[in-house]
Ligand binder design. Structure first.
Ligand code: GDP
Ligand code: MG
Length: 160
């Protein structure tokens, strides 16, 4: 079980759609509650792991309901929008909050909207700093960059 967490509009639903169905839409449909998808991931050693992916409605803080959705997760994909620096702080806050419930979950930070890199507010130096403490993958749900890699990295870690 892998949960996506991050502010409204960072691209959580779009990343899942790109990964599971290889589709993208510009229209913004707010996720209500939670949506669950799954995909089998063939790994380098020939094993296959099934990722059950929970797309949780965006919120800066984790309320009791969203905390309950996290229960039993072994992986967390924290998602930020590179064009909005504040969403990066939210992602880090969400990680800290979820750590109380999931101290051992594998966490990967995704900085999405790489196709809009000209408009990114997240400075390269910030990324260098973050990479000292966690895995950071730059993604574009629109174009697909980094998306397969991000989920594969998670599946590989859960398998290890
Ligand atoms: P969520 O609230 O985190 O689930 O965000 P959504 O997946 O609903 O995406 C919010 C908006 O950002 C939508 O209009 C998407 O089309 C757009 N979006 C998502 N990912 C990308 C991306 O990688 N690049 C660009 N340019 N837009 C994106
Ligand atoms: Mg959504």
């Amino acid at each position: 079980k892998v949960c996506l967490l991050g502010d409204f509009g960072v691209g959580k639903t779009s990343l899942v759609a790109r990964y599971v169905r290889n589709t993208f839409s510009d229209s913004y449909l707010t996720t209500v509650g939670v949506k669950v998808d799954s995909k089998e991931v063939p790994l380098a050693d020939g094993a296959v792991r099934k990722l059950v992916i929970w797309d949780i409605a965006g919120k800066s803080g984790l309320d009791a309901l969203n905390m309950s959705y996290l229960r039993g997760a072994s992986g967390l994909l924290l998602v930020a929008d590179g064009t909005r620096e504040a969403t990066l702080r939210s992602a880090v806050d969400l990680l800290l909050q979820s750590r109380s419930l999931l101290p051992d979950a594998h966490a990967i930070l995704l900085i999405n909207k790489l196709d809009l890199v000209d408009r990114w507010e997240v400075a390269p130096a910030t990324l260098v700093e973050l990479r000292k403490s966690m895995t950071v993958i730059e993604t574009s749900a629109r174009q697909g960059d980094g998306v397969e890699q991000a989920f594969r990295e998670m599946a590989t870690r859960l398998h290890a």
